[in-house]
Design a binder for this molecule. Structure first.
Ligand SMILES: Nc1ncnc2c1ncn2[C@@H]1O[C@H](COP(=O)(O)OP(=O)(O)OP(=O)(O)O)[C@@H](O)[C@H]1O
Length: 331
């Protein structure tokens, strides 16, 4: 596992990483999220001993990175796909890494095959596309067959087939009991890959929780109902003491009541329903809500809204009808 304790990095006045304490556990994929400049890469660099902490500590299986003998056998990382000697072939790049870490030559061919670069093994890395460079970086991470893997933006530049491949690779590495720590700005991809999330903003820890709990805690979940007898449905809900919100497209939205109960209530009153669908915000919405206050760099025309996926929508939010106002006033 990877253990961070009070990890801090200052660059002059700038506190890039601020007192981070969390543990990355084996057997699951842990996603590492944060807005631009939140401190993700700096944290990963310190995990790999590429930067020294200003304070605090990070340990890999109880040891500092510098104490690891043949570190590629403990932890493999993809940080920067371009961080390789462009004049070397893919094979020779990996061979150099292997030789400096006591890894047999045969393993180079294995990982080239795993990442699908066997056909271009003799080609110089400087001629590689972004996606090929990512694959070569991933091959380097896998080279020592390590128990811990760390990927910074691994799907950057990969085509859809490549994205699918890296997703399955990370899941299968975790299912083998390995520790997988991955950063990405692609929320839809992260939602499909990660079991657990660590979220930081302006260097500070904002969340360390399961994917399911993260979305539940940072978004609004509700049930959408549509009926050709909308007014009668509203009456039935009202009589049952269940507040409903008008969705704007003719549907009703109900917070805090399970879809099963709503379905049974409608059936009990012989009401036809055309829709009964539990809704959950996406990871992207939950992320934007949690990190809205921590976003440092944003375009003015697209300023993130702290209420984006709010459990308490704003009075003027589009799609929120009078029902919400009435419910709030009546609450
Ligand atoms: N060598 C450095 N010198 C000065 N400031 C730095 C240095 N490296 C990083 N920083 C600053 O530290 C902060 C965190 O940067 P970092 O690259 O770790 O963020 P990040 O979360 O990886 O961002 P992104 O998602 O944009 O890649 C930023 O404000 C950055 O400008």
């Amino acid at each position: 596992m990877i253990e961070l304790s009070g990890l801090t990095k200052r660059y002059g006045e700038k506190v890039a990483v601020n007192n981070l304490t969390f543990t990355v556990h084996p057997g699951i994929v842990t996603g590492f999220l944060g807005p631009n400049g939140a401190g993700k890469s700096t944290t990963m660099r310190m995990m790999l001993g590429l930067d020294n902490p200003s304070a605090g500590d990070v340990r890999i299986d109880g040891k500092h990175y510098s104490q690891l003998k043949d570190p590629l056998k403990y932890i493999g990382a993809l940080l920067d796909a371009k961080a390789m000697h462009g004049g070397r072939s893919a094979f020779n790049h990996l061979l150099c890494l292997a030789q400096s870490n006591g890894i047999p030559r045969g393993r180079v061919r294995e990982v080239l095959d795993t990442v699908g670069l066997t056909a271009v093994a003799k080609k110089k890395a400087k001629g590689f596309s972004l996606g090929m460079g990512q694959r070569l970086g991933i091959a380097g991470a896998l080279l020592g067959d390590p128990e811990i893997l760390m990927f910074d933006e691994p799907v950057n530049g990969l085509d859809p087939e490549g994205i699918h491949w890296i997703r399955n690779l990370m899941k299968s590495l975790a299912s083998q009991g390995r520790t997988v720590f991955v950063s990405s700005h692609l929320m839809s991809e992260m939602a499909l890959t990660a079991d657990h999330l660590v979220v930081i903003g302006q260097g500070r820890l904002l969340a360390d929780t399961s994917m399911t709990d993260f979305i539940r805690q940072n978004s609004r979940s509700y049930v959408r109902l549509r009926s050709p007898e909308r007014e009668r449905l509203l009456d039935v809900l009202h009589q049952a003491g269940i507040p409903a919100v008008e969705a704007g497209d003719g549907a009703l939205e109900v917070d805090g009541t399970a879809s099963e109960r709503l379905g049974e209530l409608a059936a009990g009153h012989r009401l036809v329903l055309h829709e009964l669908s539990p809704q959950q915000a996406s990871l992207e919405e939950a992320f934007m809500r949690l990190t809205a206050e921590s976003v440092e760099y944003h375009a003015h025309s697209d300023r993130p809204r702290s209420d984006h996926a709010g459990a308490s929508p704003p009075e003027q939010a589009p799609g929120w009808g009078d029902g919400w106002q009435q419910r709030r006033k009546g609450a």
